[in-house]
Design a protein around this ligand. Structure first.
Ligand SMILES: Nc1ncnc2c1ncn2[C@@H]1O[C@H](COP(=O)(O)OP(=O)(O)OP(=O)(O)O)[C@@H](O)[C@H]1O
Ligand SMILES: [Mg+2]
Length: 310
């Protein structure tokens, strides 16, 4: 199957807190709390590892929160090379209100990356990318790096002929697109931002898909949550419709989908099989609270139920 490399410049620790109703300005008592490692690339690595793929997680890490993240990866047996920084890996709080179903996010800014640390990452990444089947750059950028940092790192991978997957948004996504990565997976908001208008109708989605391909991307996946996803390749395009689930916790569904795309591609599957698997991976992740990805068997059981519309 070959090694898959994930790059997470801004990892996190996700704290999911459940309480009846958030009362601003008051003391709020939490009912439940769960702690998960986070950052999109870390999530992709967790999902792939759970499915038995050979994955190496790279990126930055720091402080006591970073120690927690490192010990998690160690315990799970996920190969990782994270460049240490003096600041703390950020903690992201997700406050879920059971009475209103409202979700409030409170995200820390996290550490600041130095140029020296970035050079160290480039050195590590170049070693890790040797013989890799694919690499994914996922998530937001930390403080201290310029918005074209992904371009610099993508260039490194492309020089080694490693196919590049991208899952980020805003200006970093725009910059990544200039490098014509192999595959991208924006959701509707992210692709709307890139296109410069709100994408809703099918014809707009098709237009966006073709714009992504015109920029040199080989596989453009536009995900739409419970509505599934559109897959655009030069020679074919289709839509997947996922099975429906009762109570969705969509955090991490996109990361599971990216992991599914990487899993299918590095297994040498065709795009239809890969699309079904990736769509199912998103659904399985959405069926669990926090960021949990389910087993390979669970995803494989759901994949044949995914509808494919051409
Ligand atoms: N409620 C749901 N029911 C069934 N499947 C879902 C649901 N939510 C997500 N999925 C599956 O997961 C895929 C990716 O979800 P989504 O479009 O929400 O990603 P995203 O917005 O990138 O999420 P993330 O917050 O992880 O970045 C969908 O295409 C679908 O296959
Ligand atoms: Mg996403």
């Amino acid at each position: 199957m070959g090694k898959i490399v994930t790059v997470t410049l801004n990892p996190a620790i996700d704290k999911t807190v459940t309480l009846p109703r958030l009362e601003p300005g008051c003391v709020n008592r939490i009912h439940q709390v769960r702690t998960d490692p986070g950052g999109k690339g870390i999530n992709v690595a967790r999902a792939l590892h759970q499915w038995g793929a050979d994955v190496t997680a790279t990126g930055f890490n720091g402080g006591w929160t970073g120690k927690w993240l490192e010990s998690y990866l160690q315990q799970e047996g996920i190969t990782h090379h994270l460049v240490p920084l003096p600041g703390d890996t950020r903690m992201n709080w997700k406050l879920m209100e059971t009475e209103t179903d409202r979700v409030t996010d409170i995200n820390e800014p996290g550490f600041r990356v130095t140029e020296k640390a970035l050079i160290l990452l480039e050195i590590q990444l170049s070693e890790v990318l040797e013989g890799a089947k694919a690499v994914v750059f996922a998530g937001s950028l930390p403080d201290g790096v310029s918005e074209d940092v992904y371009q610099r790192l993508i260039d490194l991978a492309q020089k080694k002929q490693v196919p590049v997957f991208v899952d980020t948004e805003g200006v970093p996504f725009q910059k990544c697109m200039e490098q014509a990565p192999f595959a991208v997976k924006p959701n509707m908001d992210e692709v709307s931002k890139w296109m410069g208008f709100k994408i809703e109708k099918e014809e707009d989605i098709r237009r966006a898909g073709h714009c992504l391909l015109d920029k040199g991307v080989k596989v453009a996946v536009i995900s739409m949550g419970e509505q599934g996803a559109w897959f655009f390749m030069k020679e074919q395009q289709f839509r997947t419709v996922p099975v429906s689930i009762h109570h969705a916790h969509p955090v991490g569904a996109g990361d599971a989908m990216v992991a599914g795309l990487l899993y299918g591609m590095s297994s040498g599957w065709n795009w239809k099989k890969t699309a079904r698997f990736a769509t199912a991976a998103g659904t399985v992740a959405a069926s669990y609270p926090g960021t949990q990805f389910g087993s390979l068997e669970e995803v494989e059981a759901v994949a044949p139920q995914v509808q494919l519309i051409e």
